[in-house]
Design a binder for this molecule. Structure first.
Ligand SMILES: Nc1ncnc2c1ncn2[C@@H]1O[C@H](COP(=O)(O)OP(=O)(O)OP(=O)(O)O)[C@@H](O)[C@H]1O
Ligand SMILES: [Mg+2]
Length: 367
């Protein structure tokens, strides 16, 4: 059995209200760093509040270390939670803030001192123990919240968008530190965010959520390279995946994905899976970095269509090229043609069969 088991977890806030969390199933191993990723309102906070015990569940089961925690008080579940707002007490020093949960547990004074010092060292605020929150920066307050959470040595460490109050630069450095603390403590962690780059850089596995459902569970590379649904392909990656509506047509022994503007030969490996879609429309997705350009306008394998590059947006290490296909904006990520003149005419090709097709009804990947 896994360290944290969530089985058919459900949540309605009112008896006849909508299902905010819809039969969620998830197993987390000891020491894993899990990120819940999804847009605002998809149920991330609700889910971790149910795990922590701050919110009742409407159905299902939650087991931590083999034991059901449903009905147990938050303090008896062995979890620590960090909130977006930090929730540290302004009238207490840093030391007292970190010591607070240990005092509640009636830990002896000497041990409190030792554990607070260790937690403060891990979070690099050892020199600030006598200060009050008002005398510290946002990043330092965040560290106090982290120290207070790790001082109790929780079985599971729950973090709800803990970095979202920090400025962009501090967010990036704090996330590296959080990862570092995680590696040192080997804590089992669930981290909530709607920021896909934060999720990609922190997670062992990402749980992509949408409208109360889990769309996909996988490593950052799995959800990126092998998106299971159209939503995942759209939500993960910047710029996002380019989508085209295309009809699947038989041509000789093969299949074409085509619309008014595009004619693309379906890669052989996908022909079997797409045969049942012949005559029907599908969503075709290509990530910006998997579109290649040909200036000679050759119709080489992978060819999709001709296009005129409208804008070039240099980003330093790469450039984003912007074109329009049938009125839809298409973005291309390139490291090769960074100095291209606008209005250049090119042929667009899908690189190495890196195309994704999705069922228009179920939104599931066709493969
Ligand atoms: N106490 C509540 N009573 C009724 N509905 C609620 C309550 N708390 C949250 N909801 C609803 O449940 C849904 C999920 O909310 P939740 O806070 O879990 O989303 P989230 O994924 O954490 O979003 P965000 O990224 O904005 O924090 C939303 O539609 C929200 O309006
Ligand atoms: Mg939330």
């Amino acid at each position: 059995m896994s360290y944290l088991e969530i089985k058919n977890l459900q949540k309605r806030y009112t008896k006849d209200g909508p299902l905010i969390v819809n039969n969620m199933n998830l197993s987390i191993e000891k020491g894993e760093f899990i990120v819940f990723l999804g847009p605002s309102g998809c149920g991330k906070t609700t889910t971790i509040r149910m795990i922590s015990g701050l919110e009742d569940i409407s159905g299902g089961e939650i087991l931590i270390d083999g034991e059901s925690v449903v009905g147990k008080k938050p303090k008896d579940r062995g979890v620590s939670m960090i909130f977006q707002s930090y929730a540290i007490w302004p009238h207490m020093t840093v030391f007292d803030n970190i010591a607070y949960p240990l005092k509640l547990q009636k830990v002896p004074k000497e041990e409190i001192k030792e554990r607070v010092t260790t937690a403060a060292r891990a979070t690099d605020i050892e020199g600030l123990l006598d200060r009050y929150p008002a005398q510290m920066s946002g990043g330092q307050r965040q560290r106090v919240a982290v120290a207070r959470a790790i001082v109790v040595k929780p079985k599971i460490f729950l973090m709800d968008e803990p970095l979202s109050n920090l400025d962009a630069k501090l967010r990036v450095s704090m996330r590296t530190e959080l990862k570092n603390i995680h590696l040192q403590q080997n804590s089992t962690s669930i981290f909530v965010t709607h920021d896909q780059s934060e999720a990609m850089s922190l997670a062992d596995r990402i749980v992509v959520m949408y409208k109360g459902n889990i769309e996909q569970i996988g490593t950052p590379m799995e959800v990126y390279q092998n998106s299971a649904t159209k939503f995942v392909a759209e939500f993960i990656g910047t710029p996002p995946t380019n989508f085209f509506k295309a009809r699947i047509e038989k041509e000789g022994a093969g299949l074409m994905a085509a619309n008014e503007h595009i004619r693309y030969q379906v890669p052989e490996a996908l022909v079997q899976a797409l045969l049942p879609y012949a005559g029907k429309e599908v969503d075709m997705g290509v990530r910006p970095e998997y579109i290649d350009l040909s200036f000679s306008l050759e119709k080489t394998p992978g060819y999709m269509c001709d296009a005129t590059i409208d804008f070039v947006e240099p980003q330093g290490s790469h450039a984003i090229l912007i074109t329009k296909i049938g009125g839809n904006e298409v973005k291309i990520h390139t490291t090769t043609y960074m100095e291209m003149a606008p209005k250049t005419k090119v042929a667009l090709q899908v690189k190495e069969d890196r195309v994704m097709f999705f069922d228009c009804g179920t939104t599931l990947r066709i493969r």
